[in-house]
Ligand binder design. Structure first.
Ligand code: AMP
Ligand code: GLY
Length: 423
């Protein structure tokens, strides 16, 4: 079997390593992949959003199955285009991917189907948004979100009116996020531990994966700017069976039922970003795909074959699969380039990796997020560079192994958080 994975970050590396455990797969390709993925798959220089290029490659090379991992190809209808050509794939169609690509769509869905989330208002007019912020009904801090995709930067927590006004001005007037910020959501600020739950769903059945905890801020102590994610532990220590039951009944099942009802059943990996508030779990975001870096901590705990699960999602037969997880603990430390998530250097040489881009400790896997391989050396090519994932029997041991490995890897200006999992 020939499989193509679209994307080129740590998430895609984790998906590829997991898929490769199935020996039905004879050839695995990544578009565009990266320097480390190149060790596990054949990387082809086609962008993940290049629908024409992807279809051409898929047909010419007789690819049997395509995994569409990132949000942007999903949002522009990559799955629809592939399916129209009879190519089997994993991921939601464009209409279902709106659950991530439009925050207004997802907020309205939750309101209509009584799925617990933060109270909110939506705006397409700057003056109306400003008047709302001046009204007595608004309490600070308040959360301002661009409607569309904004590389994880479209959420601003404003402490006071001035900050909120600046946020809506940058989104709606200065067009900081282009069309993504033309419409906005202003919502209530929720407090409580954050949990990520990735799930497999074929549109009818939904099976949550092991829970996880991302660390979104760049610096220790949850300080500094929001990033794509600086580290993960799994399972999430705050997410117990009782909460999982509540989420299944009030959030997970109702969400896939709502998507069916709206005529856009969701098939693929549905990501639930939750806050466990005093009044129960609430959704702060949906993503239409595997999370990154969460996938780098969650998939290594999967016992059941990933390809079998993905194909059962495509064939709408997920109910036939019994998904099993290792009873271990996993942690992923993201090594980033100095300056990220703002400007950073690239082309910096990495030391401490073997020729395969890995290390020798069998309890550790190094996922490449932003590297390039040339002249038999690895160089940085992105803001998030590596994800160091360790697995062990408990949290302390896992973190100890992951941090010990991180210390052996270096590049100029490397930055990683030293407090992952220290909640
Ligand atoms: P998002 O891109 O929607 O995941 O938001 C980024 C981060 O902003 C989340 O991980 C939360 O830490 C925070 N956030 C988003 N919405 C809210 C909210 N309503 N209340 C509190 N924090 C929020
Ligand atoms: N780690 C957050 C995300 O994948 O959106």
């Amino acid at each position: 079997m020939k499989v193509l994975v679209l994307g080129g970050g740590g998430r895609e590396h984790a998906i590829i390593k997991s898929l490769k455990k199935n020996n039905k797969i004879k050839d695995i390709y990544a578009a565009p992949g990266n320097g480390g993925i190149n060790r596990d798959a054949q990387c082809i220089p086609i962008k993940a959003i290049d629908i024409t290029g992807v279809i051409k490659f898929t047909e010419e090379n007789k690819i049997d199955y395509v995994v569409v991992a990132p949000d942007d190809p999903l949002a522009i209808g990559m799955v629809d285009a592939l399916e129209e050509r009879g190519i089997r794939c994993f991921g939601p169609k464009k209409a279902a991917a709106r659950i991530e690509s439009s925050k207004i769509f997802s907020k309205n869905l939750m309101k209509k189907y009584n799925i617990p989330t933060a109270c909110y208002e939506t705006f397409s007019d700057y003056e109306k948004a400003k008047s709302y912020l001046e009204s007595d009904s608004v309490k600070f801090p308040i959360v301002i979100k661009a409607d569309g995709l904004a590389l994880g930067k479209g959420v601003i927590i404003a402490e006071n009116f001035e900050q909120a006004k600046e946020a809506i001005g940058s989104m709606m007037k200065e067009k900081k996020f282009g069309d993504s910020g033309a419409n906005i959501v202003i919502e209530e600020f929720l407090t409580g531990p954050e949990v990520t739950v990735l799930s497999f769903t074929d549109g009818n059945v939904i099976v949550p994966m092991i829970s996880s905890m991302d660390h979104k801020r760049i610096f220790d102590g949850n300080k500094g700017l929001n990033t794509g994610g600086m580290g993960v532990i799994a399972p999430n220590p705050y997410y117990n069976e009782e909460i999982a039951d509540v989420c299944q009944k009030t959030i997970f099942q109702p969400t896939i039922a709502a998507m069916r009802e709206e005529g856009c059943p969701f098939k693929g990996c549905l990501y639930f970003g939750l806050i466990l508030t005093e009044n129960g779990p609430k959704v702060i975001e949906y993503n239409s795909r595997f999370g990154d870096p969460e996938t780098q901590a969650v998939l290594p705990l999967l016992e059941t074959d990933l390809l079998t699960i993905m194909e059962s999602v495509t064939d709408e037969k997920l109910e036939n699969i019994d998904i099993q997880w290792k009873k271990s603990f996993s942690a992923c430390i993201v090594m980033a380039s100095g300056g990220y998530p703002e400007s950073y250097k690239t082309g910096l040489q990495l030391t401490g990796l073997n020729d395969q881009g890995n290390c020798t400790n069998k309890d550790v896997t190094i996922y490449h997020a932003g590297t390039e391989y040339k002249n038999e050396m690895f160089y940085t090519s992105g803001g998030r560079v590596l994800g160091i994932t360790a697995i062990a029997e408990n949290k302390e041991k896992t973190l100890e192994i992951a941090y010990k490995t991180a210390k052996t890897i270096d590049f100029e200006g490397v930055h990683y958080r030293k407090d992952i999992g220290k909640y």
